[in-house]
Design a protein around this ligand. Structure first.
Ligand code: NDP
Ligand code: 5RP
Length: 467
């Protein structure tokens, strides 16, 4: 048989994407370098009309030309090793697609090296986890346009479909752009998750709400502007009990893991000089959460507990909390999309920000109703520099920032840690100042290091003899 596409790597993602392709009518052959993995997966894949090749040679020989091969292996060295093993079997015009969570610099490097051999290389962000891979992920492919066109039919069929029927995949741009966009997706995912976690903590400790009550509130919020996958699963997590009737959430150690994509996003914000405080704060909260023993010691040393909020009406505080969560999320997206805009220009990718928001509407972890509004903002003003300048979002923020302030004050007064919320407020309060405090920074730099400064009243570069 001649197959339409090959998949290498029979982990969770590779197995499920291969099944998804087959269910969509494509002939799929798979391969894994480990004999036992191939053996273990054969029956399961056979039941889905997916074949498992017994050797790399038979795998390559059975593919339609030019060949399209999707890699779903561990990012980094394993991907390099996998490419090294496959490339000698390929010829000019063949395409490798890397669906792992890879650093975009690695993708640029591989794209360049393989282009010299006449082999196309697409770095494709895949989001949606195990379930998305099987039933429809959001796909972010970047690389040679003509190589994308060769596989666009397969990618459009396997991708999630938004409510208007459009597939959640689009050509992102050249070399590492697809993996870059996936990285930003994950950074935004970190901030969305952190904001929701802080909301839960505020409800639990500040308002003394039960898991059942909190679950009902998140369910209610999911019917409005906050409608999203992460809000939906939060409601389910809050009410979930084990066989003994215990809430599983309450038994989970408060130590967050991370595989690195949030950190990469933060580093990229620092590298390009674009504020990305909600993502970086969210990464640092995960780091802080890991200092379990140290937190215990500091907690004992200060013996200062969170207070239950004693003033105000609970219903109106919850309304403020909902508004505060919404505009904090907006601040985070305004930072994330601002970074994408900068990267598109610096790396010459011509990123279409509206289209990117559209392919995140379904299939991925940050899928949300809110992304339709982001697309509308960029359709109205394609070169919009910051989402805060869109008319619709400006009205939302104008109406809701007093809520964010009230929640911030309650958090500070009652010792409830809400770093991402406070970061959102600080970002907004700083961005809306025509003049910020940095004239003082410039004066200090000039004082101690003769670093010079610019003036507001005349052009040029100046130095003052401050002594
Ligand atoms: N899981 C998720 O939700 C998502 C994952 N991704 C990305 O997709 C890629 C695959 O993920 P996933 O399927 O979850 O990962 P798995 O760990 O389930 O599978 C990874 C694949 O890499 C192979 N592999 C791992 N280590 C080695 C090694 N040292 N040498 C050779 N092969 C190795 C595995 O082979 P073996 O089975 O023999 O160990 C397997 O085929 C990753 O890059 C991941 O970041 C992207 C989006 C979501
Ligand atoms: O890519 C993903 C979804 O889009 C993964 O779920 C992500 O890798 C999870 O990251 P982390 O383990 O760092 O929380």
């Amino acid at each position: 048989m001649i197959y339409d596409i090959g998949v290498v790597g029979l982990g969770v993602m590779g197995t499920n994407i291969a099944k998804n392709m087959s269910r969509n009518g494509f002939k799929v052959v798979t391969f894994d370098f480990y004999d036992d993995v191939r053996e273990n997966r054969t029956a399961e894949l056979k039941a889905e009309n997916v074949d498992v090749a017994s050797s790399m040679e038979t795998f390559i020989d059975s593919l339609k030309k030019p060949r399209n091969i999707l890699l779903l292996v561990k990012a980094g060295e394993v991907t390099d090793m996998t490419i090294e093993q496959i490339v000698p079997h390929l010829v000019e015009g063949d395409t490798l697609i890397d669906g792992g969570n890879e650093q975009y610099e690695n993708t640029r490097r591989r794209n360049l090296a393989l282009t010299e051999k006449g082999i196309n290389f697409i770095g494709m962000g895949v989001s949606g986890g195990e379930e998305g891979a099987l039933n429809g992920p959001s796909l972010m492919p970047g690389g040679q346009r003509e190589a994308y066109d060769n596989v666009s039919d397969i990618l459009e069929k396997i991708a999630a479909k938004a409510d208007d029927g459009k597939p959640c995949v689009t050509y992102i741009g050249s070399d590492g752009s697809g993996h870059y966009v996936k990285m930003i997706h994950n950074g935004i995912e970190y901030a969305d998750m952190e904001l929701i976690a802080e909301t839960y903590y505020f409800m639990k400790h500040g308002l003394g709400m039960s898991n059942k009550e909190m679950s009902a509130v998140f369910d209610e919020w999911n019917k409005g502007d906050l409608n999203s996958y992460l809000i939906e699963i939060t409601a389910r997590i809050l009410e979930f009990k084990d066989e003994e009737g215990n809430y599983v959430l309450d038994l989970i150690l408060d130590k967050a893991g991370q595989k690195g994509t949030g950190k990469w996003t933060g580093i990229e914000g620092l590298k390009l000089g674009i504020p990305l405080s909600l993502v970086t704060d969210s990464v640092f909260v995960r780091c802080l959460s890991s200092l379990v023993e140290e937190r215990k010691l500091v907690s004992e040393a200060y013996d200062s507990q969170i207070k239950t909020i004693s003033s105000g009406d609970k219903a109106s505080i919850l309304e403020d909390l909902k508004n505060a969560l919404y505009i904090s999320k907006l601040m985070s997206y305004s930072q994330g999309f601002r970074l994408l805009r900068e990267a598109g220009s610096i790396y010459d990718w011509n990123l279409k920000l509206g289209e990117i928001s559209m392919i995140w509407r379904k299939g991925c972890i940050i899928r949300a109703q809110f992304l339709e509004e982001i697309n509308r903002a960029y359709e109205n003003t394609p070169d919009l520099s910051n989402l805060l300048l869109d008319d619709y979002f400006r009205n939302v923020v104008k109406n809701s920032h007093p809520s964010l302030r009230k929640i911030g004050i309650l958090a500070i007064e009652n010792e409830i840690p809400m770093p991402a919320f406070l970061s959102a407020l600080s970002y907004f309060d700083s961005m809306k100042q025509e003049r910020v405090s940095s004239n003082m920074i410039q004066a200090q730099r000039d004082y101690f290091g003769a670093h010079t400064y610019e003036r507001i009243d005349q052009p040029g570069v100046f130095h003052t003899d401050w002594q």
